[in-house]
Design a protein around this ligand. Sequence first.
Ligand code: FES
Length: 148
Amino acid sequence: MNTTVDTPMDTPLNADERWHAVGSTDDFPDGDLWPVVADGLPIVVYREGEAFYALYDQCSHGPTRLSEGFVVDGCVECPLHQGLVDLKTGEPRSEPITVAVRAFATQVVGGEVRIAVPPVGAASLSKPTGAMAGCGTHGSACGTPQGS
Ligand code: FES
């Protein structure tokens, strides 16, 4: 099951999630995509003014890092097939992307950007073991059942 949220949030999504620092606010200039790793999970961070948004850094349509894409009208455009994903919610905005990308809560504490992620092996998000872990077609965070 996919979980999407309106970020930024100041509380974790699920009880098992924990905050992980990924850098200072100055590390994330406004309006661009920034790849980070939080507790082993690849995540793309997007800053809009004082707000920070975080998505799982893998397209739900294929083995592509969204952080290598482009910002287009509040969305990230996947560099492989140009599907669009809402940067704030992870919801798909254009074909061929039809499955939401996992969004994570963010917060800023003392100038430090933090992202709430579940621990490795948590039911709410399995740690990817490769570019195409999970369903075999999509990343493990895409929410698509095995064999799809
Ligand atoms: S891999 Fe992203 S749109 Fe196809």
